[in-house]
Design a protein around this ligand. Structure first.
Ligand code: DI6
Ligand code: FE
Length: 405
């Protein structure tokens, strides 16, 4: 059976396709067949013979690609509101982590949570992101830290993708923190994590591999062992790199063809050059920068000068970025990191897609997935300008309208 065709007419379109700023078209039409865009262009150029099954007149409403949150840790138990309180009483993020709080307290809460609790809490969080037009979401494990609990968290993330109307990509982040049972044996832990990876892949649970390469995470040598194992299994890699210190993680990940290096506040010129050479995306996470009250800015101008594509994501996690608004990250990428509104938008669309290795989305053009958002706004720069405001009117995900018209 041929899937139905739907024609969306008279959109103000920011397609992020081609060389025009914003991929802008004043009066555009989009023809959707099944889950794919068949034709996108000026309304005046619509082929005369077109006979769509359904037609909508958008009356000049703004349309953009569906938003892509390319870095989240959405599946976990509990919260860290008490850590937040301690930080306000003077403890640093590293102090809390070293004292057994931080990531390890979330690991305990995650292990204690049932699958249903993990699913329901993550689904509620995904719902907040989706309400703002997110159609593709990356979810990392990293709060299970054992074969059983890492696989459980990845399975919950996979189930979110099959039960909710959005695409979920899963990333194995067993090398997020050292669990207590491996205290003093971090090399053994990495050996274990490498073994789990093959099992996770055989179970169809993992799309990419990530690690936290930093002073309170894993060393470059340990990170490299994991990245090498991932590549041997044919899995793409990403890295939490240069967040709290410069470990040379970005250059290391670039050698393994990393899809993205993320955070990057302490990224060096050598790291930038390596990322440029390997075509690695720089994923900027203004929520963590803000929430940890960091003062070291990522080298945005140098990344821009080098032509390294920049993505922007929430880094949603309970410890350093309990943020559930990708639209707020657009604003913070501009106010805190000085991205232009168009750069910030490209960061949650076309460059976010690249950070996930998904060339079929992030722009609106013939052949791309039909993931798009209709907004109560005139121009996408308005979403970078306002904050605490959600003008999302309707979301079409894989050709299917998600919210009521
Ligand atoms: N960097 C971060 O900012 C998060 N993980 C990481 O590797 C923080 C995770 C947490 O505090 O729970
Ligand atoms: Fe993260």
């Amino acid at each position: 059976m041929t899937p139905g065709t739907t024609l969306w007419r008279h959109a103000r379109l920011a397609s992020f396709h081609g060389i025009v700023p914003w991929g802008w078209l004043d009066d555009a039409a989009l023809l959707v067949e099944g889950d794919t865009l068949r034709w996108v262009g000026a309304d005046a150029d619509l082929p005369a013979a077109l006979r769509p099954d359904t037609e909508h007149d958008l009356q000049g409403a703004l349309v953009t690609p569906g938003l892509i949150d390319a870095h989240t840790h959405l599946v976990y138990g509990g919260d860290r509101a008490a850590d937040f309180e301690q930080r306000l009483q003077g403890a640093s993020y590293e102090d809390i982590a070293r004292a057994g709080g931080g990531v390890r307290s979330t690991v305990a809460a995650t292990r204690a949570a049932s699958d249903a609790q993990l699913f329901d809490s993550a689904a509620a969080r995904a719902g907040c992101l989706m309400a703002e037009g997110v159609t593709t979401l990356e979810i990392k494990s990293g709060y299970g830290l054992s074969a059983e609990h890492e696989a459980r968290c990845l399975a919950v993330a996979r189930r979110l993708g099959s039960e909710l109307p959005l695409t979920v990509r899963t990333t194995s982040l067993a090398a997020h923190a050292l669990p207590d049972e491996y205290a003093g044996r971090s090399d053994d832990y990495i050996t274990g994590a490498i073994g789990w990876l093959a099992q996770q892949q055989a179970a169809g649970l993992v799309d990419a591999v990530d690690a936290f390469c930093d002073t309170i995470g894993f060393t470059p040598a340990q990170t490299e062992r994991l990245l090498r194992a991932a590549r041997r299994l044919g899995l793409p890699v990403k890295l939490h790199a240069e967040q709290l210190s410069d470990q040379g993680g970005a250059a290391l990940a670039a050698r393994y063809g990393a899809l993205s290096c993320d955070h990057l506040e302490h990224l060096s010129p050598a790291g930038i050059a390596a990322m440029q050479a390997s075509g690695t995306v720089a994923t900027l996470l203004p929520g963590a920068y803000y929430f940890l009250r960091d003062t070291q800015l990522p080298p945005v101008q140098a990344l821009r000068d080098a032509g390294v594509p920049m993505a922007v994501a929430t880094d949603h996690n309970p410890g350093s970025s309990p943020c559930l608004s990708l639209l707020l990250m657009l604003n913070m990428a501009c106010t805190l990191f000085r991205l232009t509104p168009e750069e910030a938008w490209r960061g949650v669309t076309v460059h976010a897609a690249r950070a996930l290795g998904l060339p079929d989305r992030g722009t609106l053009a013939a052949g791309q997935r039909a993931d798009f958002v209709v907004w109560n706004a005139e121009h996408p720069r308005e979403m970078a300008y306002r904050f605490g405001h959600n003008p999302c009117r309707r979301v079409i995900c894989g050709g299917v309208q998600r919210s009521p018209a």
